[in-house]
Each structure stands twice: as structure tokens, then as C-alpha cells.
Design a protein around this ligand. Structure first.
Ligand SMILES: Nc1nc2c(ncn2[C@@H]2O[C@H](COP(=O)(O)OP(=O)(O)OP(=O)(O)O)[C@@H](O)[C@H]2O)c(=O)[nH]1
Ligand SMILES: [Mg+2]
Length: 607
């Protein structure tokens, strides 16, 4: 038996969920393909997904394709839910990147393709919606080659495009297919296929292509050492479920698992994706996705068993650009914080910060805020009020700063000596923690307490804003050994505990960061605006007024329309809402603007 963990990824509304239904239907797993518009698909199961007709959480179903069992992960396309996609990417063997034959290459398509390429994942490009009026499969295939990757090769052509009878015909194989299969499995070239998730055209061909162009994992490795990774967490009722992708070895009910959070826990229940549902099992084998009960301490990214190189992978997508203050009736504040913390555990890119009475959550956008409000209300019965969405900022260390506090000196009330030096590093390189003092000078638990606190404080932004990148060096250490008065018990007042180190670290760190100096940075987005060509002048000056920089302009939209102009450039995230608001008025309602986060840059005073 072999498995293929397959991601279906695309921009919003490209047809991922509809295509997943078609694949399940073609494999005989469901009797008739469900419909997003009727709200009865296999993978959009949340009430909110069915009401809104969009995917919010990734979900898994499985179907047979030849002798391979395909676990298909249908992912959300709305950029507000990119964190879901990110987690799915960590466990894929390959992906189908879906485009619409009408809308073509979108900003989000590029973002996704770049992430897939960075991970060297094998990708099949599927141009969907060939039945829809206005479908231009050839134009879109050219745009794919031009903008996504030159290493693509269409293996079909479409007849009767743009009509309900549109279908696909294989192109003659002039010896290239074997080469393409080989390159595709290595992620270095990508076949382009066409079809329609509504009529089912091209779906049998796509199913066959999964076997030829993507690599499956052999379950034969079950005897090897166990290795798996937690890639999603959710709750069924109040019961926590961990989604684990098994890479080698096996996982069984009653196995004791140590995820590295201080205590081993027992697997109390296990299911695997089987056809359209999750089936209870005793064992999950290499290649399978297991839904595991009993791991109450599990977090996304945890390794089950043996770690492999690359497990420490960083997020493929930028952090949220926005944040908002969340308020509730005073008596509900504790419940709100608990609910948000639980949600953040399911979604590690959602950061919850609490400073005094104020609770802030980070967000990708307005839709995510609406969904969060609905989830809090329905699942936690918390009536939350959200403040204005504002730009999430970060701080960048610019110099070197050092601070030391010695135990029993200068009013240090903690039984701990800590010295920390903070240094700048290249943006994007993360936080590193190193020791310049003797490792043997203190029990390891105290060093761990300092490191954990440093990382938490920097990520939390308890100083002002989160500091994602820094080199932190511990220069001084000291503690009071475990001691007691004669014939008495262990005395906390005379001996250091972890709490002394956790208590003192924030203060030393804050002093070191203050001395190092920081720059406040704001998120900058890349934008693409399509508009009638007679308004380019007024749109570029609007962009300029909002602090943006138009960098490139040309004619023709993604499909090369007549009289359509395109302007690309960069704009501070804080100005995106104003741009979206003012664009229709300047463009006779015809301007379309897409933006994606690019990076954080020091805030410029636009006076
Ligand atoms: N004509 C036509 N419509 C399609 C096709 N595929 C999907 N649609 C329609 O496009 C809309 C979006 O389809 P979904 O399957 O929800 O798209 P999605 O990519 O899963 O959307 P998100 O999960 O929200 O990103 C629905 O109204 C579908 O009926 C197709 O091949 N042809
Ligand atoms: Mg969907």
C-alpha cells in the first residue's frame, strides 16, 4: 500500500472544494458530487463554511487512485486563511495548483506557487472552469508559463472552451512524458492539465495524472522508527484532536507519546481518513494522516517520535499585517482570553497579546475578524466586540545592548543573576539564544527558563511590538543552590527556583533591548491594480498620496483585455483599506486591486 498526501491549493473561488468533490465522486467514494452552492460538500463541513460558501479550515478526505490511497487536503483560498495553507504544506507529497480559465493567474496564485517551489514540492497545474463563458485556456496556459514557472508543459488541449460541452484532448506524446513524469516527481517541472469541476471534464485525466506525476509514499516503512508531525489541531465538541502526518513507523492506540512539553501522554483514540470520512483504527502507518485523541499538550509543529532534518521549518508566509483590540463585558474577560488562547493554539500565526486589561489579536484581514467573532460566539458563547483593525507592527533591533542584574544587589528581589546581550541580525533570520557563560554553572532547567522567557517576551511584544529577529546572548548566570536550615525542609526563600529566572528575565531583556535601540517597522504590501487606461494618472497619484510607490505599469490585464492598464507597486499595509475605498470612485467602478504582504520596513513619517 502506498499513500499520496495531496494538497489542493489556489486563490479564492478557483474551484478547489468543487474539484475535491469531483475527485471523490470519480473514485466512487461519494454517490454524487456535493455542491459548494448548495452547501453539501464533503470537505466544507463547518456551518460557517456552508453559509458563506468559502473554505475556512483545511480538511482531509481520502480516495483510491490505482493502487495509491490519496489523502486530499482541500485548503482555503482566501488570503485571510493563509495560515491553514501553511500548515498543510508541511505534510504534502505533492499539490494540485488550481487556476480559473477565466480569471487566470492571480496575485495569490503567485504567492502559493512560490511557496510550493521553495519547498520543492511536485505540482500539477490544473486550469479549471473551462466550461465557463469567457474561458481562455490557451491564454491562461501562456500566463502560467510566463508568470508562474517556465518549466511547465501542457499535456492536453481544450475543445469547445467556454461552453458546457468543453472537454480535454491529450496532446501527442513526442517522447516527453517519461521525462516530464521524472522531473515532476522531483518538483522541477510541472504538467498543465485542464478541466471543469462542474461538468467533470478532465477529472479522470487528472486522477490518472496524480499517479504518474506525483510521488507516493510506501507504507512499507512502518517497521522503522516512528516519526510524524502534528500539522493541525481542532476540537470536536470540547475534545482536542491532533492531526498527525506519519512519515515512518506506526502510531497505535495506547502508545505513550512525549511531545516535549514535560510529560508523556497516551493516545486514547485514533482515526484515519478513509474514503469520505474518518474511520476509527488501532494503528496509523507511514504515509497516513492520523487524527489522534488524548494529546492534550500537542501544538502545531510538534514532532511525534523521531525528528527529521527540516522539522524546524519556518512559516512559508508572512505574519499577519493587522491587529485589533478585542473587548467583552468585564466578567467575561477571563473566558475570552482562554477562548482566544485555545484558538491561537489551533492557529499559531494568530498571536494573542494581553497587556494589562487590553487583549489584542493579530489578523490577516476583515474576513478573518468576522469569522473569529462568529466562532467566539457560537463555540465559546463569548460576545466579543472588536475594535478597529490597525496595522500590526514589529520592532527591529538596530544596535547592541547589554544588561545585567546580580542576585541580592541593587534591589533585585529575585534569587537569580542574569546578563543578556542583544544584537541585531538579518531580518527574517529569527531569534537565536546562545550562552557565553559556563553551561555547567547552573542547573539546565534555569537556562531553559531564561531562554523560554526570552523567546516568549520577544514574540509577544510585551516591550512594545513583537521582535521577530535577534541574537540574544546570556553573559552572566548565578543562582542560590538548594539549601535549608539544619533539619528543615527545602527553603524557597534561600534557594533559586525556575520562577526566579522567569521573573527576572523580562526586566533584564527589556533593559538590554532599550540600550540596543529599535526601529518600529510596518508591513508593506505589493499591489496590482487593473483599471481602464484613461485613469492611470489619477490612480498613480492616489497611490502616491497614500505613501505607496508605483513601480511598473503596462497594458492588458491577466487575460490581456483591450483598454485595460495594469500598475504594480508597493504600499504600506495601513493604506490598503483607503486604496480599496477610493479606487471605485476614480475608475468608474472598474478598478480591481489585489495586494499581498511583502515585508516589514521601518515606518516612514509621511507627515
Ligand atoms: N462554471 C464553473 N464553475 C465552477 C467550477 N468550479 C467551481 N465553480 C464554481 O465556483 C465557485 C467556487 O467554487 P469552490 O469550489 O467553492 O471554490 P474554492 O476554490 O474551494 O473556494 P475557497 O475555498 O473559498 O477558496 C462555486 O460557485 C462553484 O460552483 C467550474 O469548473 N466551472
Ligand atoms: Mg473551498
Amino acid at each position: 500500500m502506498s499513500y499520496l498526501n495531496l494538497g489542493i491549493v489556489a486563490h479564492v473561488d478557483a474551484g478547489k472544494t468543487s474539484l475535491t468533490e469531483r475527485l471523490l465522486h470519480h473514485a466512487g467514494v461519494i454517490d454524487r458530487p456535493g455542491s459548494v452552492d448548495r452547501g453539501d460538500t464533503t470537505t466544507d463541513t463547518l456551518a460557517l463554511e456552508r453559509e458563506r460558501g468559502i473554505t475556512i479550515r483545511a480538511s482531509v478526505a481520502s480516495f483510491p487512485a490505482g493502487d495509491v490511497t490519496v489523502n486530499v487536503l482541500d485548503t482555503p483560498g482566501h488570503p485571510d486563511f493563509i495560515a491553514e495553507v501553511d500548515r498543510s504544506l508541511a505534510v504534502l507529497d505533492g499539490a494540485v495548483l488550481v487556476l480559473s480559465a477565466v480569471e487566470g493567474v492571480q496575485a495569490q496564485t503567485l504567492v502559493l506557487m512560490r511557496a510550493l517551489q521553495r519547498l520543492r514540492l511536485p505540482v500539477i497545474v490544473f486550469v479549471n472552469k473551462i466550461d465557463r463563458r469567457g474561458a481562455r485556456p490557451d491564454v491562461v496556459a501562456d500566463a502560467v508559463a510566463r508568470r508562474l514557472s517556465p518549466d511547465v508543459l501542457p499535456v492536453q488541449r481544450v475543445v469547445a472552451a467556454g461552453t458546457p460541452s468543453a472537454r480535454v484532448v491529450p496532446l501527442p506524446d513526442d517522447g516527453l512524458r517519461a521525462w516530464l513524469a521524472c522531473e515532476s516527481r522531483r518538483g522541477t517541472a510541472h504538467p498543465v492539465l485542464f478541466g471543469s469541476a462542474v461538468t467533470g471534464a478532465g477529472v479522470p485525466e487528472l486522477t490518472a495524472a496524480l499517479g504518474s506525476y506525483l510521488p507516493a509514499v510506501d507504507a512499507g516503512k512502518s517497521a522503522d522508527a516512528r516519526s510524524g508531525v502534528v500539522f493541525a489541531i481542532d476540537r470536536e465538541g470540547r475534545r482536542k484532536r491532533s492531526f498527525v502526518r506519519m512519515r515512518s513507523g506506526a502510531l497505535r492506540v495506547r502508545d505513550k507519546i512525549d511531545l516535549g512539553h514535560g510529560r508523556a501522554e497516551r493516545v486514547t483514540g485514533l482515526s484515519v481518513a478513509h474514503r469520505g470520512s474518518l474511520d476509527p483504527r488501532d494503528t496509523a502507518a507511514a504515509g497516513q494522516i492520523a487524527v489522534v485523541h488524548g494529546l492534550s499538550t500537542a501544538r502545531v509543529g510538534d514532532v511525534v517520535g523521531r525528528a527529521l532534518p527540516g522539522d524546524e521549518r519556518a512559516s512559508q508566509f508572512p505574519p499577519p499585517s493587522y491587529e485589533t483590540v478585542v473587548g467583552v463585558a468585564p466578567g467575561d474577560r477571563g473566558r475570552l482570553y482562554a477562548a482566544l488562547t485555545e484558538l491561537a493554539e489551533q492557529d499559531p500565526l494568530i498571536r494573542v497579546r494581553r497587556r494589562g486589561e487590553e487583549i489584542t489579536v493579530s489578523l490577516y484581514g476583515e474576513v478573518q475578524r468576522e469569522v473569529l467573532a462568529a466562532v467566539l460566539q457560537r463555540e465559546y458563547a463569548v460576545d466579543a466586540r472588536f475594535g478597529e483593525v490597525r496595522t500590526a507592527r514589529q520592532e527591529r533591533i538596530v544596535g547592541t545592548g547589554h544588561a545585567v542584574e546580580v542576585k541580592k544587589q541593587d534591589g533585585n528581589e529575585f534569587l537569580a543573576t542574569i546578563g543578556l546581550r542583544v544584537e541585531p541580525v538579518r531580518p527574517g533570520s529569527g531569534v537565536t539564544f546562545e550562552l557565553e557563560c559556563e553551561r555547567g554553572s547552573m542547573p539546565p532547567a534555569f537556562f531553559d527558563a531564561v531562554e523560554d522567557t526570552v523567546r516568549r517576551e520577544l514574540a509577544r511584544g510585551s516591550l512594545r511590538w513583537p521582535i521577530p529577529d535577534a541574537r540574544v546572548v546570556m553573559t552572566h548566570s548565578g543562582y542560590a543552590p538548594r539549601q535549608s536550615h539544619m533539619h528543615q525542609k527545602f527553603n524557597k526563600a534561600m534557594s533559586s527556583t525556575g520562577a526566579d529566572f522567569r521573573g527576572l528575565t523580562p526586566r533584564v531583556l527589556a533593559a538590554a533591548v532599550r540600550r540596543a535601540g529599535t526601529l518600529v517597522c510596518e508591513p508593506v504590501h505589493r499591489f496590482v491594480i487593473e483599471m481602464p487606461d484613461d485613469v492611470v494618472g489619477s490612480v498613480t497619484s492616489l497611490v502616491g498620496r497614500l505613501g505607496g510607490v508605483p513601480m511598473e505599469s503596462g497594458v492588458g490585464g491577466s487575460g490581456g483585455g483591450v483598454g485595460v492598464a495594469v500598475v504594480r507597486g508597493e504600499i504600506p499595509a495601513g493604506s490598503v483599506a483607503a486604496l480599496q475605498r477610493d479606487l471605485p470612485g476614480l475608475t468608474h467602478g472598474e478598478g480591481v486591486c489585489q495586494t499581498v504582504h511583502d515585508r516589514f520596513e521601518p515606518v516612514v513619517d509621511r507627515g
